[in-house]
Design a protein around this ligand. Structure first.
Ligand code: ATP
Ligand code: MG
Length: 550
């Protein structure tokens, strides 16, 4: 189903490297998540890129957990990340953890100190920040910059032994305090953190920083093309400096591409975790979330997500993608694959007064007009049916072609009905509609020509369900704060009625509820409370509702 990776500026670089034999024809990539949250659709872009490039060139793609920040990381995130990658259909060649390299990283740091490329600094983090300078002013050399190597080595060892408290000392690279690139102004590469690590437990109380860890991990794993997002462009000098100074035989090439931003979403694990913590959403896999687990629960397929990644392509220019692009990929797929059934989300009871009591007839209809192999379904109809409240208007506007008093409308797959009477309760609430049906119109060519067609379910033969209808998580196309969440992003329809042809035992089956949209059983649905999630509408719901009323 997926097309091969499109050519882009990165595949051009790889082609060129292969032509010049830069890496001996090898192509090794990696996906390096930090296990501090669940993966989101932005990560899918990176996963797709790294794994597809490896596949295209017969290379390898590793999974590497960048686990150098013990406070925020945990095993739940590691497991979820592995699950999500597998769900997308990718298999890593090998799995690694930056924490597996702690010993090697420590040895490299010692070497750098010995060679006068690093020093231990006792300046506070505030002073270090102050002395770093700005884009227009050079930095100031630290008072400890000229500390002799053997002294730094000794203190570094004592840092490792736990002799000092957090913040008392750091290890810094000795590069250039007046470099125009602030990342090169003696960056900190180790800090003391007396925190237990989820894998190395209490073996370490000093932890290496990302910039130091990442490039060395790439080199150790023989990565050729280290693909990362644009914000690391300014870190590339540092990346290359470290690789050169540790004199590693493998010299991976860092290449930056634009992050994915999706309109109406926030796309950082920190913000997504805030949504969960503040209970704005149910969990990381809330179907409104742009997390892969949320999208899975919402009913997105791995193919649709990969198709989306393929469509948006890879560039060096940051821009936000419209939600419509994402929604179209799943809509197009489901149009071809989803079985059709009928479902009434907001039911109103209709009695067909001239339909014989205790009789039921069966109507044949196709499961999917786009798939000749989808087979036929049998839909029952009887004297009592449900239609959707939206399909009835007591005082119809002009050009309203659906049901209204005295108006005739077609029941999809069945026959025409005319509304004769509205039955209300004391408060004026509509309880039921009484209609007559026209038996002749079973043959569409024989009944009156009517403009409106509505869906329905047999009240005597249907499934009671709750339907979760979702809207954009943020109304604003470019939200900044989680507090701006769209309060109407979840609408729960508690007493919906569904056609009996739905297979309640198949949790993966996606259905089109005719005229309404695409739905999947919620993974948290139970026998007591059957619930279905709306995946996507039939048309872009943010465009104007179809005026014809069909
Ligand atoms: P977040 O801000 O969501 O935590 P991150 O970049 O810190 O993102 P990592 O776990 O470090 O998250 O990311 C793993 C990989 O995924 C990195 O290579 C990163 O560049 C890439 N990635 C993260 N977010 C996006 C995105 N929105 N678009 C494309 N790639 C992304
Ligand atoms: Mg990160």
């Amino acid at each position: 189903m997926n097309k091969p990776t499109n050519k882009n500026f990165i595949t051009n670089i790889v082609d060129n490297d292969n032509n010049t034999n830069k890496f001996g024809g090898r192509v090794n990539t990696r996906f390096p998540p930090e296990p501090n949250g669940y993966l989101h659709i932005g990560h899918a872009k990176s996963i797709f890129l790294n794994f597809e490039i490896a596949k295209t060139y017969g290379g390898k793609c590793n999974l590497r957990f960048d686990d150098t920040n013990p406070e925020k990381e945990n095993i739940e995130y590691i497991d979820s990340i592995k699950n999500d990658i597998e769900w997308l259909g990718y298999k890593w060649d090998s799995i690694h953890y930056a924490s597996d390299y702690f010993e090697q990283l420590y040895t490299y740091a010692q070497k750098l100190i010995e060679n006068n490329y690093a020093y231990v600094d006792s300046s506070s983090s505030e002073i270090i920040k102050e002395e770093r300078g700005t884009l227009t002013e050079p930095g100031i050399k630290s008072k400890d910059r000229e500390r002799p190597s053997d002294e730094s080595l000794k203190i570094f060892e004592q840092m490792k032994q736990g002799k000092f408290n957090d913040g008392e000392y750091v290890l810094r690279l000795k590069i250039d305090m007046s470099s125009p690139n602030i990342n090169m102004r003696d960056p900190v590469i180790y800090r003391i953190k007396k925190v237990e690590h989820h894998r190395t437990k209490n073996d370490w109380c000093i932890y290496p920083m990302y910039d130091f860890t990442h490039c060395i991990s790439d080199a150790i794993e023989n990565i050729t093309h280290s693909l990362c997002t644009l914000e690391f462009e300014d870190h590339r000098d540092l990346y290359e400096w470290v690789i050169e100074k540790i004199n590693h035989e493998n010299q991976p090439q860092q290449i930056e591409f634009a992050r994915l931003a999706l309109e109406h979403n926030l796309m950082s694990k920190r913000k997504l975790s805030e949504l969960v913590e503040k209970n704005y959403v149910e969990s990381w896999d809330d179907p409104r979330m742009p997390t892969l687990s949320g999208m899975k629960r919402r009913g997105y397929t791995p193919n649709a997500i990969k198709d989306f990644c393929n469509r948006i392509g890879i560039t060096k220019k940051n821009s936000a993608i419209e939600m419509g692009v994402l929604e179209n990929t799943i809509r197009e797929e489901l149009n071809l694959t989803a079985k059709r059934v009928m479902g009434v989300l907001d039911p109103i009871k209709v009695t067909l007064v001239n339909y014989p009591k205790d009789e039921t007839e069966t109507i044949k209809a196709t499961y999917n007009p786009n798939d000749i192999n989808s087979g036929e379904r049998s839909i029952s109809i009887s004297r009592n049916i449900f239609i959707d409240k939206n399909d009835f208007m007591e005082f119809p506007e002009k050009k309203y072609f659906r049901l209204a008093p005295g108006k005739e409308v077609r029941l999809r797959h069945a026959f025409n009905i005319t509304c004769e009477k509205i039955i209300k309760d004391n408060s004026g609430e509509i309880l039921e509609l009484e209609c007559t049906y026209d038996p002749i119109s079973r043959d569409m060519s024989k009944g009156n020509k009517v403009k409106g067609m509505i869906h329905w379910v047999d009240a005597n033969n249907c499934i009671d369900a709750q339907i979760n209808v979702y809207d954009r998580l943020f109304s604003d196309s470019d939200p900044t704060s989680v507090d701006d969440i769209n309060e109407n992003s979840l609408m729960v329809k508690k007493s919906s009625k569904l056609e009996k042809n739905i297979d309640l035992n198949n949790n993966d089956e996606r259905y089109q509820f005719e005229r309404v949209g695409y739905f999947i059983k919620d993974s948290k649905s139970s026998n007591e409370k059957i619930s279905y999630n709306k995946i996507v509408s039939l048309k872009d719901s943010w465009k104007k509702i179809n005026k014809k009323g069909i």
